[in-house]
Write a protein that binds this ligand. Structure first.
Ligand SMILES: [Ca+2]
Ligand SMILES: [Ca+2]
Length: 400
């Protein structure tokens, strides 16, 4: 039996304890976890409404989407596939090690591998060029992974000539910049950890590469690298830079939330409190909000910001004021948010479930993916567009 949850949503089924422990008892009574925990919402399963693109048998370890609906997936055994919007496979390639990062550069695909290789593939899957980044240890290399692996790839026009350059986050705790034909432009050290959530944008009227550190990481600040890879500027607030409070940077977006023509910087941080942080460009905190745990994923629609994280909550906020519009408890950690055509928020969980939340915060459905989630769109600019794309342990890319 259940009862209506505190938020008044009928879908919140809260279990009843089998017996109430005596208040005078000095010893804890055995607790019937089936009756008490987890607080798991009950909602009907809906059929899979998205494309399921089968790559191979190994777990998917990286996914990416192109503007025209093309999707790329790579797996733990080095297989790479590209699929058109109608689900047809248009290219295949086999790399030498696990695929960790994918990024579309026009019609080409950049592939980053566990062995530190960066490869540019043409639309037919043929290799245009490949660079293998050697491991060169940095001082304080315990903030690295002690080797060269490609953790993230993005692109942006660093020099304003209209042509994109390649930006890569490596486990050596550096950002590496390459020309589109694979020539190294610069390498920049990252203090302290591995750069994630890479988002090229504009800061103070100039090019800026936004992001932060995660896994490993000590500080939860947002770093902004200039076009030449020089010393980054930082956005932070008290306790996001503290040697006693480790923090991880988990997701970000650049949006003008208050209509003043200047972009706000929205951060999702794994830290003790107020894990959603919105900075103005001048470094002031416009607002911050608590997510009851690490904030792992953001979505933005107009001036509404959605956050999800490992507490099992998703919440919606008014972008200009930070007013919490609603919160919905899903009972599972959230690793990716997307928006459906029906105006629902889709929240993916590692267990292979996507919860569907209505515009007012009501839990309206769930989709079972049939396998656990082994890859999601990487944080930052890859998630702009707010469309679901995850990879599963049984070798499928699920694409909205
Ligand atoms: Ca350029
Ligand atoms: Ca603004």
């Amino acid at each position: 039996m259940g009862e209506q949850g505190a938020a008044g949503f009928p879908a919140w089924q809260v279990g009843q304890p089998a017996a109430t422990p005596s208040a005078t008892s000095l010893q804890a009574a055995p607790v019937d976890l089936q009756g008490l925990l987890p607080l798991h919402p009950q909602v009907a399963a809906a059929p899979l409404p998205w494309r399921a693109l089968k790559l191979a048998e190994a777990p998917i370890t990286a996914v990416a989407r192109a503007a025209d609906g093309y999707v790329a997936a790579g797996d733990a055994k080095g297989a790479v596939g590209v699929f058109s919007a109608d689900g047809k496979r248009t290219a295949s390639a086999q790399m030498e090690s696990q695929v960790l990062a994918l990024h579309f550069l026009g019609e080409d695909l950049l592939v980053g591998e566990d062995r530190g290789a960066l490869t540019r593939l043409g639309p037919d899957g043929a290799t245009r060029w490949q660079v293998v980044i050697p491991y060169e240890p940095m001082p304080w290399d315990y903030w690295s992974e002690y080797r060269s692996r490609v953790r993230e790839i993005t692109s942006g026009d660093l020099n304003g000539d209209g042509q994109a350059e390649i930006l890569l986050s490596n486990s050596d705790r550096r950002v590496h910049a390459f020309t589109a034909d694979g020539k190294l432009l610069w390498r920049a050290p990252v203090e302290w950890g591995i750069f994630t959530g890479m988002t090229p944008g504009s800061f103070g009227g100039k090019f800026g590469l936004f992001g932060g550190t995660s896994r490993p990481s000590i500080h939860g600040r947002c770093l902004i690298f200039p076009a030449d890879g020089g010393r980054p500027q930082a956005l932070t607030r008290p306790f996001l830079v503290s040697w006693s409070v480790p923090s991880q940077f988990r997701d970000m977006r650049l949006v003008d939330l208050n209509g003043d023509g200047v972009t706000e910087i929205i951060n999702a941080v794994d830290t003790n409190c107020r894990q959603l942080v919105v900075y103005r460009e001048d470094g002031k905190v416009l607002w911050d909000a608590d997510m009851a745990g690490a904030a792992e994923a953001l979505a933005v629609k107009g001036d509404t910001i959605y956050g999800g994280g490992n507490s099992g909550y998703v919440a919606a906020f008014a972008g200009a004021s930070g007013k919490r519009l609603w919160a919905c408890y899903l009972g599972e950690p959230v690793v990716l948010l997307a928006l459906t055509a029906e105006g629902r928020l889709a929240a993916a969980t590692p267990a292979g479930r996507v919860f569907l939340v209505g515009p007012g915060g009501q839990l309206e459905g769930r989709v079972e993916l049939g396998s656990s989630v082994s890859a999601v769109l990487r944080p930052g600019d890859h998630r702009v567009g707010e469309r679901l794309l995850v990879g599963t342990k049984d070798g499928r890319a699920i694409a909205q």
